[in-house]
Write a protein that binds this ligand. Sequence first.
Ligand code: FMN
Length: 195
Amino acid sequence: MNVHASRHVRARAPADGETQATSARDRALVVCAHPDLAASGFSRPFLEALDESCFAKKALAETYPDWRFDVAREQADLVAAAEIVLLFPVFWYSPPALLQKWLEDVLVDSDGFEQRASLAGKPARMIVSTGGSADEYGPAGKNGHSVEDFLRSLETTLRYVGCVVGPSEVHHAAWRYSEEEVRALAGRFAAERRR
Ligand SMILES: Cc1cc2nc3c(=O)[nH]c(=O)nc-3n(C[C@H](O)[C@H](O)[C@H](O)COP(=O)(O)O)c2cc1C
Protein backbone atom coordinates (compact mmCIF):
# COMPACT_ATOMS: atom_id res chain seq x y z
CA MET A 1 0.00 0.00 0.00
CA ASN A 2 1.27 3.47 -0.81
CA VAL A 3 2.11 5.60 2.15
CA HIS A 4 1.74 9.31 1.69
CA ALA A 5 2.33 12.24 3.96
CA SER A 6 -0.53 12.99 6.30
CA ARG A 7 -3.01 15.41 4.79
CA HIS A 8 -6.22 16.32 6.48
CA VAL A 9 -9.51 16.44 4.64
CA ARG A 10 -12.09 18.51 6.40
CA ALA A 11 -15.51 19.62 5.37
CA ARG A 12 -15.97 23.39 5.05
CA ALA A 13 -17.27 24.94 8.26
CA PRO A 14 -20.96 25.85 7.92
CA ALA A 15 -21.54 29.58 7.47
CA ASP A 16 -23.39 31.59 10.13
CA GLY A 17 -26.92 30.27 10.55
CA GLU A 18 -26.26 27.35 8.23
CA THR A 19 -26.28 23.85 9.63
CA GLN A 20 -24.22 21.01 8.28
CA ALA A 21 -27.42 19.51 6.90
CA THR A 22 -28.64 22.60 5.06
CA SER A 23 -25.20 23.29 3.62
CA ALA A 24 -25.27 19.84 2.06
CA ARG A 25 -28.60 20.35 0.29
CA ASP A 26 -28.44 19.92 -3.46
CA ARG A 27 -24.93 18.59 -3.28
CA ALA A 28 -23.88 14.97 -3.39
CA LEU A 29 -22.64 13.80 -0.02
CA VAL A 30 -19.37 11.90 -0.36
CA VAL A 31 -18.74 9.72 2.67
CA CYS A 32 -15.14 8.57 2.68
CA ALA A 33 -14.69 5.47 4.82
CA HIS A 34 -10.94 5.00 4.51
CA PRO A 35 -9.79 4.30 8.09
CA ASP A 36 -6.31 5.80 7.59
CA LEU A 37 -6.20 8.77 5.25
CA ALA A 38 -2.53 9.37 5.96
CA ALA A 39 -1.81 6.03 4.29
CA SER A 40 -4.22 6.53 1.41
CA GLY A 41 -3.02 7.20 -2.11
CA PHE A 42 -6.44 6.87 -3.70
CA SER A 43 -9.40 7.75 -1.45
CA ARG A 44 -7.67 10.79 0.04
CA PRO A 45 -6.64 12.56 -3.19
CA PHE A 46 -9.96 11.58 -4.80
CA LEU A 47 -11.88 13.20 -1.95
CA GLU A 48 -9.61 16.25 -1.85
CA ALA A 49 -10.07 16.87 -5.57
CA LEU A 50 -13.86 17.09 -5.43
CA ASP A 51 -15.19 20.62 -5.59
CA GLU A 52 -17.10 21.61 -2.47
CA SER A 53 -19.59 23.63 -4.50
CA CYS A 54 -20.91 20.31 -5.85
CA PHE A 55 -19.94 17.87 -3.12
CA ALA A 56 -20.37 17.83 0.63
CA LYS A 57 -17.37 15.87 1.82
CA LYS A 58 -17.05 13.79 4.92
CA ALA A 59 -13.99 11.79 5.95
CA LEU A 60 -15.29 9.54 8.73
CA ALA A 61 -11.86 8.75 10.18
CA GLU A 62 -11.10 12.44 10.61
CA THR A 63 -14.49 13.58 11.86
CA TYR A 64 -14.72 10.60 14.20
CA PRO A 65 -11.24 9.34 15.14
CA ASP A 66 -12.85 7.28 17.91
CA TRP A 67 -15.47 5.84 15.50
CA ARG A 68 -18.25 7.20 17.75
CA PHE A 69 -20.59 8.85 15.30
CA ASP A 70 -22.95 11.74 15.85
CA VAL A 71 -25.87 9.65 14.61
CA ALA A 72 -28.39 12.50 14.37
CA ARG A 73 -25.95 14.61 12.35
CA GLU A 74 -25.09 11.71 10.06
CA GLN A 75 -28.75 10.98 9.47
CA ALA A 76 -29.54 14.64 8.79
CA ASP A 77 -26.67 14.88 6.31
CA LEU A 78 -27.90 11.77 4.50
CA VAL A 79 -31.44 13.11 4.29
CA ALA A 80 -30.24 16.51 3.03
CA ALA A 81 -27.94 15.12 0.35
CA ALA A 82 -28.99 15.11 -3.28
CA GLU A 83 -27.07 11.85 -3.69
CA ILE A 84 -25.01 9.59 -1.43
CA VAL A 85 -21.58 8.53 -2.65
CA LEU A 86 -19.61 6.02 -0.58
CA LEU A 87 -15.87 6.18 -1.23
CA PHE A 88 -13.68 3.41 0.20
CA PRO A 89 -10.96 0.82 -0.41
CA VAL A 90 -11.71 -2.89 -0.51
CA PHE A 91 -10.24 -4.57 2.56
CA TRP A 92 -10.47 -8.36 2.67
CA TYR A 93 -13.10 -8.42 -0.08
CA SER A 94 -15.37 -6.15 1.94
CA PRO A 95 -15.92 -2.50 2.75
CA PRO A 96 -13.67 -1.37 5.62
CA ALA A 97 -14.94 -2.05 9.15
CA LEU A 98 -15.32 1.71 9.63
CA LEU A 99 -18.03 1.80 6.96
CA GLN A 100 -19.76 -1.26 8.39
CA LYS A 101 -19.87 0.35 11.86
CA TRP A 102 -21.19 3.60 10.38
CA LEU A 103 -23.98 1.68 8.63
CA GLU A 104 -24.85 -0.22 11.80
CA ASP A 105 -24.93 2.93 13.94
CA VAL A 106 -26.53 5.40 11.51
CA LEU A 107 -29.12 3.40 9.57
CA VAL A 108 -31.42 2.90 12.54
CA ASP A 109 -34.85 4.24 13.36
CA SER A 110 -34.70 7.21 15.70
CA ASP A 111 -36.39 10.56 16.25
CA GLY A 112 -36.70 12.23 12.85
CA PHE A 113 -35.19 9.33 10.93
CA GLU A 114 -37.22 6.39 9.81
CA GLN A 115 -35.45 3.51 8.21
CA ARG A 116 -36.83 2.79 4.72
CA ALA A 117 -38.74 6.10 4.57
CA SER A 118 -36.21 8.85 5.18
CA LEU A 119 -33.97 7.79 2.30
CA ALA A 120 -36.67 6.57 -0.08
CA GLY A 121 -35.70 7.30 -3.67
CA LYS A 122 -32.29 8.74 -2.74
CA PRO A 123 -29.66 7.99 -5.39
CA ALA A 124 -26.59 6.23 -4.00
CA ARG A 125 -23.46 4.68 -5.41
CA MET A 126 -19.99 3.50 -4.49
CA ILE A 127 -16.54 4.55 -5.61
CA VAL A 128 -14.18 1.75 -4.73
CA SER A 129 -10.47 1.09 -5.02
CA THR A 130 -8.74 -2.28 -4.95
CA GLY A 131 -5.18 -3.50 -4.74
CA GLY A 132 -5.93 -6.41 -7.05
CA SER A 133 -5.96 -5.95 -10.80
CA ALA A 134 -9.09 -6.30 -12.94
CA ASP A 135 -8.05 -9.73 -14.22
CA GLU A 136 -7.91 -11.07 -10.65
CA TYR A 137 -11.64 -10.38 -10.30
CA GLY A 138 -14.59 -12.01 -12.06
CA PRO A 139 -15.38 -15.72 -12.52
CA ALA A 140 -12.14 -16.37 -14.41
CA GLY A 141 -9.92 -14.46 -11.99
CA LYS A 142 -8.17 -15.87 -8.94
CA ASN A 143 -10.69 -14.14 -6.65
CA GLY A 144 -13.57 -15.92 -8.40
CA HIS A 145 -16.04 -13.03 -8.20
CA SER A 146 -16.31 -9.45 -9.36
CA VAL A 147 -15.84 -6.58 -6.91
CA GLU A 148 -19.56 -5.83 -7.39
CA ASP A 149 -20.32 -9.39 -6.25
CA PHE A 150 -18.23 -8.94 -3.11
CA LEU A 151 -20.07 -5.69 -2.34
CA ARG A 152 -23.56 -7.13 -2.85
CA SER A 153 -24.49 -6.97 0.86
CA LEU A 154 -23.72 -3.24 0.99
CA GLU A 155 -25.69 -2.66 -2.19
CA THR A 156 -28.61 -4.62 -0.73
CA THR A 157 -28.46 -2.62 2.51
CA LEU A 158 -28.67 0.64 0.55
CA ARG A 159 -31.65 -0.69 -1.38
CA TYR A 160 -33.28 -1.90 1.85
CA VAL A 161 -33.24 1.64 3.26
CA GLY A 162 -34.83 2.95 0.08
CA CYS A 163 -31.87 4.18 -1.95
CA VAL A 164 -31.79 3.83 -5.71
CA VAL A 165 -28.35 2.33 -6.22
CA GLY A 166 -26.44 3.29 -9.34
CA PRO A 167 -23.49 1.47 -10.85
CA SER A 168 -20.31 1.33 -8.79
CA GLU A 169 -17.12 2.94 -10.02
CA VAL A 170 -14.34 0.41 -9.38
CA HIS A 171 -10.68 1.40 -9.70
CA HIS A 172 -8.53 -1.71 -9.76
CA ALA A 173 -4.85 -1.83 -8.83
CA ALA A 174 -5.13 1.64 -7.34
CA TRP A 175 -1.40 1.67 -6.47
CA ARG A 176 -0.62 2.33 -10.16
CA TYR A 177 -2.16 5.80 -10.10
CA SER A 178 -0.19 8.88 -9.18
CA GLU A 179 -2.01 11.40 -7.02
CA GLU A 180 -2.34 13.61 -10.08
CA GLU A 181 -4.03 10.75 -11.95
CA VAL A 182 -6.38 10.13 -9.04
CA ARG A 183 -7.32 13.82 -9.01
CA ALA A 184 -8.02 13.59 -12.75
CA LEU A 185 -10.30 10.58 -12.10
CA ALA A 186 -12.15 12.63 -9.49
CA GLY A 187 -12.47 15.48 -11.96
CA ARG A 188 -13.94 13.11 -14.54
CA PHE A 189 -16.39 11.74 -11.98
CA ALA A 190 -17.48 15.28 -11.09
CA ALA A 191 -17.85 16.29 -14.74
CA GLU A 192 -19.94 13.20 -15.55
CA ARG A 193 -22.18 13.93 -12.60
CA ARG A 194 -22.81 17.48 -13.86
CA ARG A 195 -24.06 16.17 -17.22
C1 FMN B 1 -6.07 -4.68 5.40
C2 FMN B 1 -6.09 -4.62 3.89
C3 FMN B 1 -6.84 -5.53 3.20
C4 FMN B 1 -6.91 -5.46 1.79
N1 FMN B 1 -7.67 -6.38 1.14
C5 FMN B 1 -7.77 -6.29 -0.21
C6 FMN B 1 -8.62 -7.20 -0.92
O1 FMN B 1 -9.29 -8.06 -0.35
N2 FMN B 1 -8.68 -7.08 -2.27
C7 FMN B 1 -7.94 -6.14 -2.95
O2 FMN B 1 -8.05 -6.09 -4.19
N3 FMN B 1 -7.16 -5.26 -2.30
C8 FMN B 1 -7.05 -5.31 -0.95
N4 FMN B 1 -6.28 -4.42 -0.27
C9 FMN B 1 -5.62 -3.34 -1.03
C10 FMN B 1 -6.47 -2.06 -0.95
O3 FMN B 1 -7.76 -2.24 -1.50
C11 FMN B 1 -5.75 -0.93 -1.71
O4 FMN B 1 -4.50 -0.75 -1.11
C12 FMN B 1 -6.57 0.34 -1.65
O5 FMN B 1 -7.76 0.22 -2.41
C13 FMN B 1 -5.80 1.51 -2.25
O6 FMN B 1 -6.47 2.71 -1.91
P1 FMN B 1 -5.85 3.74 -0.86
O7 FMN B 1 -4.50 4.15 -1.43
O8 FMN B 1 -6.81 4.86 -0.77
O9 FMN B 1 -5.66 2.99 0.43
C14 FMN B 1 -6.18 -4.47 1.10
C15 FMN B 1 -5.40 -3.55 1.83
C16 FMN B 1 -5.36 -3.62 3.20
C17 FMN B 1 -4.55 -2.60 3.97
